[in-house]
Design a binder for this molecule. Structure first.
Ligand code: ATR
Length: 499
């Protein structure tokens, strides 16, 4: 079966640096692209001996600044470098669509060096990309490469549709179509499905740009070698989403279950309508939904579970029997670690204070009320606390009324996003409340793991639960909805070191 090759772009300043990178990533890569435009002048002379030192095919590229590269010399100098490389064992030579030196093209053909005819657009996906791709080939043996910046979901849809259309018309191995930027990221993982004969990766830290991926992540996390025509595609939609932990959990879950036919990818989405079209085109089987789309996806669903209806938010969609089924696994995900910490059930007469009244609080309040818990909602904006309290039959107040927590102090749940991502590292929403030590304190924030509130609670002897436990529990429920199997506990081991 045809499979896309994994190429590492070498952008070191010296040949020695590049060889070191090859040594590190060789077990993941099928070929290399030597970006001579990144080499310092002294290393240019070492270009001819480079392919002999590498056991895999090498592409030689000298990219001009106008095409996103670093080469600052004249076109004559650039051609001089390329010419010297032609007889040095390079397997491919990258020449831009407007490259003007027929002698180099002829020499490449005569020497068995394949021309990669490349087209770049850093401003977006051109409306006439199909025409461009069909027209830029000059000689029959050339491989066409189009690398375009994907600016929005509509453009990703357009690019994917075009890639599939060309794949259906033409034989394998003639094209590389890649989306750049975080929105183009799925095209890197799905290159085999999209008919691209090569996907490009970069070593971490080097030319790191949003949407770039290193070879190890592509293979170990995104299961690149396994992705093919029969792969079931899952993912997470959000904006931004590239740093989501969900790909780690789900892809590890697939590996642990030996499900070689599934992959889970982040889709940065700014237009839900375009995404749902893309989902049809790619036959996506299931997605997790995160900020800011948990409410926005609801009109697109064919069916909604009780949690979606009650919380007004959907965090899981499964495509089955032609239907888009929406679920809210945040609710059970919130409840699972709480129940576990209480030996499996919530006792009668249990009382809880919920801090915050946004979307996350809504799911939490619904989950607690369903279990018969008496709830007090405190929020900075008291009207929002009131709306939520009226909807679910709770008490409410402003964040200033922290003394009222004492009457609802079996459980205190922090749902505001203020301390998220270490943005407000000192934030404690209830500084005026003194813990007795008997409370369970639950902060749904997962970065940092120990928020100031949890730390203070722990120091006072309280039982604490953090957002990681909720995240992992809800992912487990999602995994079951996606695959019908349990997410094994080992799936989350090591995740702490990564995030
Ligand atoms: P989410 O879906 O994550 O809950 P949200 O619906 O925007 O996001 O709700 C954010 C919650 O954090 C709200 O309770 C918000 O309080 P307001 O309703 O008063 O806006 C709370 N929040 C956000 N910033 C806050 C701050 N600086 N201090 C206190 N509460 C804050």
């Amino acid at each position: 079966m045809n499979r896309s090759s994994l190429c590492l772009s070498l952008t070191g300043a010296t040949v020695a640096e590049n060889l070191k990178e090859i040594e590190r990533y060789d077990c993941y890569c099928d070929l290399y692209e030597l970006r001579a435009d990144y080499l310092e002048p002294l290393s240019i002379s070492a270009l001819s001996s480079f392919p002999a030192q590498v056991k895999k095919p090498v592409i030689i590229t000298v990219r001009r600044a106008a095409d996103g590269g670093h080469f600052k010399g004249s076109e004559a100098e650039r051609c001089g470098i390329l010419r010297r490389c032609l007889a040095s064992g390079y397997r491919y030579i990258d020449l831009e669509e407007d490259f003007q030196d027929q002698k180099i093209e002829q020499a490449a053909e005569a020497g068995g060096v394949t021309v990669i005819r490349s087209f770049h657009d850093f401003s977006g996906v051109p409306a006439d990309l199909g025409r461009i791709i069909r027209n830029i080939k000059r000689n029959s043996g050339e491989v066409i490469k189009a690398a375009v910046m994907v600016q929005n979901t509509q453009e990703l849809l357009k690019l994917v549709e075009l890639a599939l259309e060309l794949k259906a018309q033409d034989e394998w191995g003639n094209r590389i179509i890649l989306g750049m930027g975080p929105m183009g990221f799925p095209t890197k993982v799905l290159s085999t499905i999209l008919g691209s004969s090569i996907t490009y990766s970069y070593a971490p830290g080097r030319q790191a740009a949003p949407g770039h991926v290193d070879p190890q992540t592509l293979v170990d996390l995104y299961r690149f070698p396994l992705v093919n025509q029969n792969t079931r595609i899952f993912g997470v939609i959000g904006n931004p989403v590239i740093h989501s932990k969900s790909p780690w959990l789900h892809n590890r879950g697939f590996s642990l279950r030996a499900m070689d036919d599934a992959v889970y990818i982040p889709f940065q989405v700014d237009n839900l309508e375009a995404f749902f079209q893309l989902a049809e085109v790619l036959d996506i089987r299931g997605v997790s939904v995160t900020i800011p789309h948990k409410q926005g996806v609801i009109p697109f669903l064919s069916s909604r579970d009780e949690g979606v209806e009650a919380a007004g938010a959907c965090n899981t969609i499964v495509w089955r029997d032609g239907l888009r089924r929406g679920y809210n696994t945040d609710i059970s995900g919130f409840m699972a670690p709480l129940k576990e910490s209480m030996g499996g059930a919530i006792p009668a007469g249990f009382r809880a204070a919920v801090i915050g009244a946004g979307g996350a609080a809504r799911a939490v309040v619904y989950a607690l009320r369903k279990e018969g818990v008496e709830v007090l909602i405190l929020n900075r904006t008291v009207e929002r606390a009131q709306d939520l309290a009226v909807a679910f039959g709770c008490s409410y107040g402003s964040l200033e009324e922290q003394e009222r927590i004492a009457d609802f102090s079996d459980l205190i749940v922090q749902t505001t996003s203020v301390g998220m991502n270490r943005e407000c590292p000192e934030y404690d929403p209830i500084p005026g409340y003194s813990f007795s030590g008997g409370e369970i304190v639950y902060d749904i924030i997962y970065i940092p793991r120990l928020t100031p509130l949890l730390k203070r609670a722990m120091d006072s002897g309280c039982r604490v639960i953090n957002g990681w436990e909720m995240l992992i529990a809800q992912a487990g429920i999602q995994f079951r909805l996606f695959t019908g199997q349990d997410l094994l506990r080992e799936a989350n081991s090591g995740i702490a070191d990564r995030y």
